[in-house]
Design a binder for this molecule. Structure first.
Ligand SMILES: *Cc1c(COP(=O)(O)O)cnc(C)c1O
Length: 389
């Protein structure tokens, strides 16, 4: 019996289990010292000065959009090649969403398409959200220059980019953005089960995010001095998006292994690239200014029929390859808002041919050989058939 190989999976060690168990028996189960420690670990890893931990990255996007003042009458731009949450969180703020097409080679936001859209826009966006797809950093320098020229906020959706670098610095240091958001869902690079974080270097923005995370409540010392220590005030409508101490303890424990996790992913990526040299599939082009964290390893098939056949072939052989992403604007909800298939042709063409191969820290060399062997077998079978047909 061969084991099922998923496209991504968490790696939880005995040390992680002990850290969570110790927290469960501590005085705080939520909003305690483990959360503060995890926020500090994130600042250290991502090079930011402020970090705000939340229940998940969707909540983090929602909160940071609200904190930047996104609301009715505003527009947020992102890419169609992302998970729904990047756009949905803006709709939860009652803002309009629009999209910028991707580059056919990097699968990330195309900076020149952004420039062109800005140049001809009737209404400028309040926030632009580039997504570091698969962990590959976007062209942040160019996007930041456009932000300065046109006056919009930049929030990096760095859900895939834990451990990625740009110009030699960690993604999340916000050198070219106002804030970045990371996800710690089990399929991502490190996990807190559910979890997300906002990083920023803007103290006022971080404060707003903290307040929105917990009902919009504040306890300023001058008010508690006047009324008593029980006193709190709420001047903004907030949410309960707080991370638990068990999640945070798992995150801090996982974060300690980030360097080995990323170097293993880089090894796996190199093995795939080497194997793909002799196979008829396309790959994501790397950013010469950055290093991917390799959340995903995506190949491009010749066409949608081949992708369907390859997906089914892998699943029949117990390899859980996956598709990232169905372009957001083609979802029924966004079609009802007026988007049409054909609006973002590069993302749609990319989607019709993409497939994510297994990529995770604990993927063994043997398992990866099985994946590569299946790719080779598929190609041999399909291209032989075509020759004889
Ligand atoms: C996973 C993901 C999210 C949402 O993260 P959650 O922690 O699951 O809420 C947002 N954006 C992208 C690009 C993602 O991959």
């Amino acid at each position: 019996m061969t084991d099922f190989i998923p496209y991504g999976r968490q790696c939880v060690t005995e040390t992680d289990v002990a850290a969570v168990a110790a927290t469960l028996q501590s005085d705080y189960l939520t909003t305690g010292p483990a959360v503060t420690a995890f926020e500090a670990a994130c600042n250290a890893a991502f090079g930011s000065t402020h970090a705000v931990a939340l229940t998940n990255a969707t909540a983090a996007l929602h909160v940071v959009y609200l904190a930047l003042g996104l609301g009715e009458g505003d527009t947020l731009w992102t890419v169609p090649n992302t998970f729904l949450a990047t756009a949905n969180a803006a709709r939860l703020c009652n803002a309009e969403v629009d999209f910028v097409d991707i580059s056919a080679s990097t699968f990330n936001m195309c900076a020149s398409a952004l420039e062109e859209k800005l140049r001809t826009a009737k209404k400028l966006p309040k926030i632009v959200v580039p997504v570091h797809f698969a962990g590959q950093p976007c062209d942040m320098q160019k996007i930041w220059e456009l932000a300065e020229k046109y006056g919009f906020y930049v929030v990096e959706d760095a859900a895939h980019a834990v451990g990625a670098t740009y110009k030699g610095q960690p993604v999340g240091n916000c050198a070219h953005s106002h804030a970045a958001v990371f996800s710690f869902h089990p399929v991502k690079i490190i996990t807190t089960a559910e979890g997300g974080i906002i990083t920023t270097n803007d103290a006022a923005l971080a404060e707003k995010c903290r307040k929105l995370r917990s009902h919009g409540m504040v306890k300023p010392p001058e008010l508690t001095a006047e009324h008593g220590n029980w006193y709190y005030a709420m001047d903004t409508l907030g949410l309960n998006y707080r991370m638990t101490d068990m999640q945070a303890a798992l995150g801090t424990s996982q974060m300690a292994r980030l360097p080995e996790n990323i170097s293993r992913r880089r090894e796996i990526a190199k093995t795939y690239y080497d194997a793909l040299k002799t196979l008829p599939f396309g790959c994501q082009r790397g950013n010469p200014d950055g290093q991917s964290s390799w959340h995903l390893f995506v190949i491009q098939c010749a066409d949608s029929a081949e992708r369907r056949a390859l997906y089914d072939f892998f699943h029949a052989h117990k390899v859980g390859v996956q598709v990232h992403y169905i372009p957001v604007h083609t979802q029924p909800y966004y079609q009802a808002l007026g988007f049409k298939t054909g609006d973002f042709p590069v993302a749609e063409h990319y989607y019709s041919r993409c497939l994510s191969l297994p990529m995770y820290h604990s993927l063994t060399a043997e398992q990866q050989n099985r994946v590569v062997g299946l790719l080779e077998a598929f190609v041999a079978e399909r291209y032989n058939q075509q020759k004889t047909a």
